[in-house]
Design a protein around this ligand. Structure first.
Ligand SMILES: *Cc1c(COP(=O)(O)O)cnc(C)c1O
Length: 403
């Protein structure tokens, strides 16, 4: 027998914040011969898929589907309501807010960023001040990331609606729920969100390649008032097609449609509220372990201090550099467990880059997976002689067991 056998041979576990773990049922649903795109099952599935997407987003308004990733949904949403010279306000709480704003800049918008840094939620009072100062109502839209996947902050989107209403500002409230849809509580209609973007490869458990733009009637009216919208990004025919190909502006992503159908069935069989509650408990178990590792002089720290502003789908962490990279390498090489790199916290060439990592816990994740991931991290931290507090796994088990 080898002295220290490698323990990575078994089912691998990708615990990065997207693409997320894919259910076997979703993979199996996709494993089939090419379906006809002109008649039959595939076109017949679409009305149900559109309705079930709206149910996940908690809206009874409109949804357009794009063959693309989250960046495609960013551009699609902007292309329908923002043109050259339009003013856009971006309250940024991490890399993704900045990225959406950059995309608006490249479309010719005048973009104002309020940067709240990499470890804090939006300060609604500061946003209110900026909106109040815009007496001419030049700001056409607010681009707000619900969960910024780089910092793992969770922002108060309903609070932003309340601010817009209190100030009496007509700007569109546009939310990026790419990391949060199907994980964190989100109520598009009840929270007064005008436009929302999501992708399929995070909480929705489908391989990357499809994204969604939800919009209400106010946003549809602004779209109708645009001088021009690129034909490919135009959400109007996609949301209200007369022919099947118009859902996609071309050939359907055939197998993704089957995968999405299956994933939506799984989400609605569990119940969206139960899905949210599952993510909450699993996140609390992760936080309990991470907080324990940081005690007693331990060097591990959660990026977001306030539990009320932590995502339930992704957790960003710090370790003294280069231990975060060492930990990722250790658990990957020895256990077959892949953790996420830090994103946007330090430049890739900077030695500090090796002090950040992230845990993805979105979508098809359950109690034993989270306990396994945490156990793997504990083994890695011990294997690397990282100083950690005790009782992390007990703390997580206490949350999972409810005792
Ligand atoms: C993943 C993600 C994106 C980008 O999605 P891609 O599919 O990588 O283009 C944008 N915003 C948030 C919040 C994300 O988590």
């Amino acid at each position: 027998m080898p002295q220290s056998p490698n323990l990575s041979h078994g089912r691998s576990y990708l615990a990065i914040p997207g693409p997320s773990v894919m259910p076997e049922a979703v993979l199996n649903a996709m494993h089939r011969a090419a379906p006809n795109i002109y008649a039959g099952e595939l076109p017949d599935m679409m009305p149900g898929i559109m309705a079930d997407l709206r149910r996940v987003a908690r809206t009874d308004r409109h949804v357009a589907i794009y063959i693309g990733n989250g960046h495609a949904a960013w551009e699609a949403a902007l292309a329908n309501v923002i043109g050259p010279g339009d003013r856009v306000l971006v309250p940024a709480t991490g890399r993704f807010g900045i990225g959406w704003g950059e995309m608006a800049t490249d479309l010719g918008a005048e973009v104002d960023v309020i940067d709240f840094g990499k470890s804090s939620p939006m300060d609604l009072d500061r946003i209110a001040q900026t909106l109040r100062a815009d007496t001419g109502h030049r700001i056409k839209a607010l681009l707000a990331v619900h969960v910024d996947t780089s910092s793992s902050v969770r922002n108060d989107i309903k609070g932003l609606r309340d601010v817009l209403d209190a100030v009496g500002h007509p700007a569109l409230l546009m939310a990026d729920c790419i990391a949060s849809l199907g994980c964190d509580v989100f109520e598009m209609d009840a929270w007064g969100v005008d436009v929302m973007v999501a992708g399929c490869q995070k909480g929705l458990m489908v391989p990357p390649g499809m994204s969604f733009v939800f919009f209400n009637d106010k946003a549809a009216r602004l779209r109708a008032a645009m001088p021009r919208v690129s034909r490919y990004w135009d959400w109007a025919p996609r949301a209200n097609p007369e022919e099947f190909y118009q859902y996609w502006c071309g050939t359907a992503p055939t197998h993704h449609v089957y995968g999405l159908r299956c994933a939506l069935d799984m989400i609605h069989a569990e119940g969206i509220e139960a899905v949210w509650a599952r993510h909450q408990v699993l996140a609390r178990a992760i936080w309990a372990a991470c907080e324990a590792w940081g005690q007693e002089g331990g060097s591990l720290a959660l990026n977001i201090a306030d539990r009320a502003h932590r995502s339930h789908a992704v957790t960003s962490l710090r370790l003294e550099a280069p231990q975060a990279t060492a930990l990722r390498d250790w658990v990957q090489g020895n256990l077959g467990l892949t953790l996420g790199i830090g994103l946007g916290m330090a430049a890739p060439g900077d030695p500090a880059w090796h002090g950040y990592f992230r845990l993805g816990h979105m979508g098809h994740v359950n109690g034993h997976m989270v306990m396994g991931m945490l156990g793997g991290i504990e083994a890695g931290l011990r294997g690397l002689d990282v100083r950690i507090g005790s009782g992390a796994l007990e703390a997580a088990a206490a949350v999972i067991s409810g005792r």
